[in-house]
Each structure stands twice: as structure tokens, then as C-alpha cells.
Design a protein around this ligand. Sequence first.
Ligand code: AMP
Ligand code: MG
Length: 403
Amino acid sequence: MLSFSDARQLVVTQSKSNAGARSTITLATADALGHILAEEIRSDREYPPFHRSTRDGYAVAAAEATAHASLRCVGEIKAGDTVTQPLNPGTCIQIMTGGAVPSGADAVVMIEFTHRDSDVVTFDRTTQRGQNVVPRGSEAHTSDLALSPGLRLGFAELAVAAQVGATKLRCFKKPRVAILSTGDEVVPIAEIPGPFHIRNSNTVSLAAQVRLAGGEPVPLINALDRVDDLSAKIEQGLCEDILVLSGGVSMGKYDLVESVLKGLGAEFFFDAVAIRPGKPTVFGRCRNTFVFGLPGNPVSTMVTFQLFVIPALDILSGAEARPLPLLEATLAEPLQENPSLTHFLPGHIEWPNSIATVRPLRWQGSGDIVALTRANCFLVVPANCPLIPASDKVSVLPRFDVL
Ligand code: AMP
Ligand code: MG
């Protein structure tokens, strides 16, 4: 059986080799958060466009502003002021953060290191050339590449786009992800469930995970555990870039997802992974759609989504697959599990004194979503590891929506 890292690698390779051409959409820069950039954005001018002061202080010629020397202050420069006059020898000019350093000046002395008596400014210490001045063009030259295609647009990337005057950005369309829960017992959340029914929490949580991971969720109506109904609903899902199913992939008599997919012509890249929860996870391709069959237990769908669906979503979004952010943490209390497969257990990680420390949480197994609301991570417990003593190092996977 595949390890979770090998299974994940298979998702990456298959998604890369079959991703196909992605269409693009032009968005207002302020609306492009979370999209993947599809074009180059270049600097429209020099950055900074003038020698910029990074401090409130005095613009000086460094050679003149030596320790205990005095210079006459002849004026002031605020941010935004047009600066055309050079600084004359023997003088300094008061300058504010963001102001343009005049020619003739090659440093700014912080106001904290000066004394002023009327218009005479005395300096406490020697001044280095270039101090507190960002030279014109030192961050970027005109036409330099500011943002590359494939970049995920977060707040810093949007700030760069705004800085260079890119009011619109051509981005890749977000992949559309059909979400199909299965099960005769599953009812819509707005309905009163019968005594043996359960509400469909998976469609809600999967849609939320898709959205957070950068996809466009397309929730479908739950499919019954019947070949005809399941085929018809899977057909709907095959219109999208990715189809994520929940439930119906285990060994039960009514777990029909794999056989129905096979009947529709799917090829499978794996149909089991050596993890718990999540062992029966299925990954394949049917027509032009990547298909994930995730186990129906709510926590299983969450773990397997993070491990396997996110890398496919990243690649189909036009980005590289983000790495799995596994951390090392100190175990706060002993852990007795001895799993035959790698276990993902809900945990809570904290950083007291800057040292990552993780505590396993009590839970009732992979149906226990309430336990997961108290968790901010999963402990990754390797197979055949009977007892992990407190203070040992363990591997931790942060919940991607919390940390
Ligand atoms: P399955 O993988 O179909 O065997 O389902 C495993 C468990 O997950 C069962 O107890 C199901 O009732 C539960 N389950 C399946 N689908 C959902 C869903 N959409 N929402 C909440 N729980 C579900
Ligand atoms: Mg089921």
C-alpha cells in the first residue's frame, strides 16, 4: 500500500502531466486575492522613484555631519514635496520619512541623534554615506519583472501590483470542483433527519475546504447508494475540473463509488493509502476530470482533502503544489497507539517559550468532528510505533485553515 507521501507525489505527477490548458480571467486587482497570476507584471518606473528618506531627521552630506559637527538647517522637506534645490555645503535640511533626499545630500541622520538650537543642528555621532536613504531604482528598475505568472496573489503580491499601477490582473480561472456526497442515510442540512439519518456535513465542509484552497466549489445533490443514481450524479460531476466524492469507497456491500467510476471509464492511480483515517481513498481520472473518492467519515474527508486534493487543486489553479507543511514538535504527554498504518490524530500545538509542543486530543474516531474543532493540527504517528514517551519529537500537520 502507498505511503501518504508517495500517494501525494502521484497526485502531483498526474495533475502536472494532465492539467491541460487553463483559461484566464481579468480581474480588478482588489478582487484577485487568492487567484494565480497568469501574466507578467513589470515595474512601470524606478523604485523608489527618487532617493527616499526612511527616517525623520536631517538630510546631510555625510562627510560634513561628523560627530559633534554642526550644520545650519536651511529648510524642510515633507513626503510628497517637489525637490529641485540641491543641498549647499555647510547646511542640512530637515526631512521626513518618505521625502526626497536632495542632490548634494547622501545620508539622513535620525532626529534622535541630533540636537537643535534655533537653526543650528549638532550631530551626536559620525554619519555613514547612504544611511537611511533608499537610492532611486534600488528596489526595481523600469520594466523589471515585479510579479511572475504562477504566483499566488496574497496581500504582498497585490500590494506590488498596486504599486506599479496594475489596476487589473489576468489570472487563471479557479478550478471548478464538484462535490458529491453519497449515502442513503445522508439528508440535506435543512431537512429534519429521520431517526437513522444524518445531516450532510461533508458537502459543507468540503465546499469550505475547496474555497479556502483556491477552488470554486460546485456542490451537487447527495447520491443514493444505488448504481443508477450514483452514475447520474457522477456524470454531472464529470463536467467539472475535479470531482470530490465522499463516502462509498470502503468494503461495504453498498460502497459503489469505485465500481460505478470504473463503469464510466475511469482509470485509477491509487485506491488505498497506508493511513488512518483515510485508507480507502481513491484517486483517478475519468474523461477530463480528476476524481477523488474520499471516505465518508467527516474527519477522514478532511485529512484526505488536505493530503491529496490540495496539491491537485494547486496545480490546476496554475501554481506549483504547495509543500505539505509538516512540523516537528515535542509531545506534551505520552502516546500509546501502535498503529499498523500511519495515524493522523487531532492535536493542539502551542509554542510556549518558542518551542513547539503538541498535545493529542481525546476523540471518538473519525466521525468526531467536534473533537476536530478543538484541534489545530494532526499528529502524524508512524506505523508500528507502540509508545511514544512524552518529550519525544513527533511530526505534526497543521490544519490548513487554522495555522
Ligand atoms: P462511508 O464512507 O460511506 O462508509 O461512510 C462512513 C461514515 O461517514 C458513515 O457513518 C456515514 O454515515 C458517514 N458519512 C458519510 N457521508 C457523510 C456526509 N456527507 N456527512 C456526514 N457524514 C457522512
Ligand atoms: Mg456510505
